[in-house]
Design a protein around this ligand. Structure first.
Ligand SMILES: O=C(O)CNC(=O)c1n[nH]c2ccccc2c1=O
Ligand SMILES: [Fe+2]
Length: 214
């Protein structure tokens, strides 16, 4: 176990440099195959248990297509976990790996002194065209500086399932299109530099988000 953790730590050191370079250059950073199939599946199992246990709180109410009978559709459904809950050891492991990468980044992102974070927010877009309208996570300086999202969706096909994350980096005409792929980790600045939206999903779409504060 010790040897495994020291291998992980050295890998996170390399990853952290990549994260710092990408964030500094683009404000966005994608890391694929972050934890590997086995761990990714363990985390997904725990998330599906949360979902079936009904702890995912109904998401925000959004106006549905006027034509539809029920005027409102539910957007994302969420629950907060700190990883100490029973049967969430793998979610806890994920959070500690996110922290391990961020800890290595913290002293390289000199403009920030990242030293704390939110709990982990487990979000599910239940399909049925649910989406998240264009927004900024932290528009008014609430302290959150980096959004970190881990995706859990196997065999996700955007053409069939939608659910694309679009980020519109401020002051650029480029749009970042990020598929919510299984075992993918995403970092981006939480402030006005990164307005973003989640396009309509046609299949259940799971993600775990942590926000880092400075
Ligand atoms: O899932 C994604 O790809 C991006 N997701 C988001 O931007 C996002 N941003 N802010 C939230 C606040 C409360 C509940 C869910 C969310 C949420 O999914
Ligand atoms: Fe967001």
């Amino acid at each position: 176990r010790e040897q495994y953790l020291s291998i992980l730590r050295s890998r996170f050191k390399v990853l952290a440099q990549y994260v710092v370079d990408c964030l500094t250059k683009y404000g966005i950073c994608v890391i694929d195959k972050f934890l590997g199939e086995v761990t990714g599946h363990e985390i997904l199992k725990e998330v599906l248990q949360l979902s079936s246990a009904g702890v995912m709180r109904q998401g925000q109410l959004v106006h549905g297509p006027s034509s539809s009978s029920n005027k409102y559709i539910r957007g994302d459904m969420i629950t907060w976990v700190d990883g100490t809950e029973p049967r969430s050891e793998n979610i806890h492991f994920l959070i500690s790996c996110m922290d391990a990468v961020m800890l290595q980044c913290a002293d390289k992102l000199e403009m920030y002194r990242i030293n704390e974070r939110t709990k982990a927010m487990v979000a599910c877009y239940p399909g049925r065209k649910t989406r998240y309208v264009r927004h900024v996570d932290n528009p008014n300086g609430d302290g959150r500086c980096i959004t970190c999202i881990y995706y859990l969706n196997e065999n996700w096909d955007v053409r069939q399932h939608g659910g694309l994350l679009r980020i519109y980096p401020e002051g650029s005409d480029r749009v970042a299109s990020i598929e919510p792929k299984f075992d993918r980790l995403l970092f981006f600045w939480s402030d006005r530099r990164n307005p973003h939206e989640v396009e309509q999903s046609f299949r259940e779409r799971y993600a775990i988000t942590v926000w880092y504060y400075d």
